[in-house]
Design a protein around this ligand. Structure first.
Ligand code: URA
Length: 207
């Protein structure tokens, strides 16, 4: 599917396998979320634009390139939090804007319970970070929020997706590239991705 990218990098496959293992403890699991967040972001940012600058090396003047865009990291609470540190190591000047959503039991629609975005956008590219793209409801709602905020370019970076989640996000926002470590088989009746890795929040936070 256009605009859906499943990593073929051996390091990504290896680390994801460690994450899926039910015997992997929270400390190691958190390390893997952080590392995979960085590896996938490296792939997702391949097409960012740069501007040419002139700099002085100790020997001479030369030309270099700086990132053109101001980047925002948007972790979806709570399991997206673990991906921030890894991505921040690559882009220390990125702004981090948290979005918290819960599902209304009556309407089954995502409702934002935490959103402190200022009125005008402060970034031009946003990376939405969420390890699990399950039903796609939170991802679609987050893209809606960021588009309303006025962000020009939005990308989704996740670890595992269900085909259902991809179809929902891609169907609502085909312009948003989806970067993943793996596309799994299906969603079960409880909304878990199968084979998946269980609850990414519980496994990071030991709950
Ligand atoms: N959220 C998770 O943490 N795991 C799933 O499998 C689906 C949603």
């Amino acid at each position: 599917m256009e605009n859906v990218f499943e990593s073929s990098h051996p390091l990504v496959k290896h680390k994801l396998t460690r994450m899926r293992d039910k015997n992997t403890k929270p400390k190691k699991f958190r390390e893997l979320v952080r590392e995979l967040g960085a590896l996938l972001t490296y792939e997702a940012t391949m097409d960012l634009e740069t501007t040419t600058v002139s700099i002085e090396t100790p020997l001479t003047t030369t030309r270099g390139e700086n990132l053109k865009d101001k980047i925002g990291l948007v972790p979806i609470l709570r399991s997206g939090l673990g991906m921030v540190e890894g991505v921040w190591e690559l882009m220390p000047s990125a702004e981090v804007w948290h979005i918290g959503l819960y599902r209304d039991e009556r309407t089954l629609k995502p409702v934002a319970y935490y959103n402190r975005l200022p009125v005008a956008p402060t970034v031009s590219v946003c990376l939405i970070l969420d390890p699990m793209l399950a039903t796609g409801g939170s991802a679609v709602a987050t893209v809606d929020i960021l588009k309303n905020w006025g962000v020009a370019r939005i990308k989704f970076v996740g670890l595992i997706a269900s085909p259902e989640g991809i179809a929902r996000l891609h169907g609502a926002h085909p312009d948003v590239p989806i970067h993943l470590a793996a596309i799994d088989d299906h969603l079960n009746e409880h909304g878990y991705i199968v084979p998946g890795l269980g609850d990414a929040g519980d496994r990071q936070f030991g709950t």
